[in-house]
Design a protein around this ligand. Structure first.
Ligand code: ATP
Ligand code: MG
Length: 391
């Protein structure tokens, strides 16, 4: 283990109370009062040290899942591969509590983790985490960060190193490769040469991951303020084709990623349907052109092209049904918007997906389809005018 020491570095740090999540503190206090060891851990400690607002707060303890579950009325034990407790504070608002793991994992023949449910001590838990910067523990009561692996030094130096040997750690869980790329962009940190080389060599391992898990990861990859940089790095490392084999970079994709990042900065809502629709637009178009040669109905050819493109995609990254329906709507709306049929204007303006279809059209007009500028202007104006003037 790189920089591993039996005695950890303990650094006193007082994070301002307002930066610490109230619910996470409640969970920590309750577990602490019951006499267990308990820490904030992972990304939240890393982000607090960097002055960033953590996305979520994770808790690690020596209490077993059943013991944690007993302490909180509104909690549930989840997971099979990793058993965890979710302490609920609202329908979607929960704090995840993990019991220290032994670090000894059961792996399948191909090196992939099957089970990781043997419990251990804090110093064992450290080594099953992915990167040094993600293996810092914060003792809320003593107000100190505990560092067994040199995570503090790496944060200082903006570097990302693997805990243990990168080659086998990526084999154990190939999702760590896309996490590495994401953290390097999020934190503007450099990946170690070992990590870089291993990803280049082993990118194809990503194709062993279930499409459902990759869906969750894809959202984290692209719905952020550094979406396009992540896209480019995934391409650079040969990872992108294992997520979106039908996608090839163009000006539209770049524009849409940057647009997503801007919306997030402005606290505007974003949906994964939009970026997926953009990533797959060219593939859908190419299919449509091919199908249209045999199928005379425009609508049937469009629908078949939509279906085939989506079927290919969900073999790699699955999508909930309601999102594939939205993607279809966005695509099907394009030709209708392009026609600017006077009798359809009001209907389209009132369509629940109008806004997404319109945004999609505007981005096309500003990138791959400059000839659509007039059409985009037409719909921009149409929204400003009173509804009855469109008949
Ligand atoms: P963010 O929340 O910004 O995405 P994070 O580091 O908090 O980043 P989480 O997915 O919330 O990421 O995971 C919390 C912690 O769990 C990580 O910091 C890391 O220590 C550990 N972890 C998560 N996923 C893995 C993995 N695939 N392999 C090893 N450790 C992991
Ligand atoms: Mg997190």
């Amino acid at each position: 283990m790189r920089g591993s020491k039996v005695e950890p570095i303990r650094q006193s740090i007082q994070f301002p109370k307002k930066f610490l999540d109230k619910n996470a503190l409640r969970v920590v206090n309750t577990i602490h009062k019951a006499g267990f060891e308990v820490y904030l851990v992972g990304g939240c400690v890393r982000d607090l040290l960097l002055g960033l607002e953590p996305k979520d707060f994770d808790v690690a303890t020596n209490a077993k899942p059943e013991q944690v579950h007993k302490l909180f009325k509104r909690s549930r034990v989840i997971g099979r591969r990793f058993r965890l407790v979710h302490v609920m504070f609202g329908a979607r608002d929960f704090i995840e509590v993990a019991t220290f793991r032994s670090g000894k994992v059961q792996t399948a023949k191909n090196g992939v983790i099957m089970r990781d449910n043997r419990y251990g001590k804090l110093e064992n838990d450290v080594v099953r985490r992915d990167f040094n910067i993600n293996a810092l523990y914060y003792d809320v009561h003593k107000q100190e960060v505990i560092d067994y692996v040199g995570g503090l030094k790496d944060i200082e130096a903006s570097e990302i190193h693997m805990i243990g040997e990168a080659k086998s750690r990526f084999k154990e869980d190939p999702v760590r490769m896309i996490r590495a790329v994401r953290f390097s962009e999020k934190l503007n940190a450099e990946l170690s040469h070992e990590i870089q080389d291993c990803i280049m060599e082993q990118a194809s391992l990503l194709s062993n991951i279930s499409p459902a898990r990759l869906y969750e990861e894809c959202i984290k990859l692209f719905q952020n303020e550094y979406s396009f940089q992540v896209y480019e790095q995934l391409e650079h490392y040969g990872l992108l084709k294992h997520l979106f084999k039908q996608t090839h970079k163009d000006a539209f994709i770049k524009k849409a990623c940057i647009n997503t990042s801007q919306r997030i900065k402005q606290n505007k809502p974003v949906t994964p349907a939009f970026l997926f629709a953009v990533f797959l637009w060219q593939a859908q178009n190419n299919r449509f052109t091919r199908i249209k040669k045999k199928q005379h109905s425009f609508n049937l050819a469009m629908m078949q092209a939509c279906d085939e493109t989506i079927i290919q995609q969900i073999k790699q990254v699955s999508l909930p049904k309601y999102l594939t329906a939205r993607i279809r709507d966005i695509w099907m709306m394009q030709s209708k918007l392009e026609k600017m049929h006077p009798k359809k204007v009001q209907f389209l303006l009132g369509h629940p997906r109008f806004r997404m279809g319109y945004d999609f059209l505007v981005l096309r007009s500003k990138s791959i389809n400059p000839e659509l500028k007039e059409v985009a202007d037409f719909w921009t104006k149409a929204q400003e005018e009173p509804l009855d003037s469109h008949e």
